[in-house]
Design a protein around this ligand. Sequence first.
Ligand code: G3P
Length: 222
Amino acid sequence: MQLFVDTANLDEIQAAAALGVISGVTTNPTLLAKNNHGDVKSVIQQIAKLVPHGPISVECVTDDAESMIREGETFVTWSDNIAVKVPMTVEGMKAVHHFSNNGIKTNVTLVFSANQALLAANAGATFISSFVGRVDDIGFDGIGIIREVAEIIELHSFNSQVLAASIRHPLHVTQSAAAGAHIATIPFKVIKQMYDHPLTEKGVASFKADWDQLQKSNLTPA
Ligand code: G3P
């Protein structure tokens, strides 16, 4: 499963890119607003330079297909690694169908059911963002939907990739991978948490202490 970082914070993206484990970036209007990015073109171009190899998802904010198509066709002039993020609506799928027929990558977002994912796949979505955390937040099984969507995509050989989104903690990442997601887009804070394990920390300290002890006793390493 590939890992994307879910943020519009340039410092976080720079740090995430330096880790060597990130294959893309997803943004959304809330993340852009949170980071006071009024000039979306400028910040997306900066992000696209920080992660040149990966798709950078930029979200449409208009309501009708024609307007979304105009937005998306503008986004892809900003960099050659853009995926146009389109909400799972009737008009959004018309736009995705257009983008698919014109070689423009898409990320269908705000997907909360297998049927929505099926519609997105049939429209030609490149990525299908099935939200986990927001489903869990209301007491339902977000990972169960990931598993259902992944099974359907696999069973019917759709080209779309299942992207687990709305990730709240490291267990969501593990469960998304086990459920068959192709990608998880993860807040930077959660990426950092994924590295941590108390036994690793304890083991590193113990190896270092033993090595330092060996140096002190001046023994030549075997
Ligand atoms: O960016 C798409 C998705 O990952 C955001 O989910 O629930 O954290 O707003 P959420």
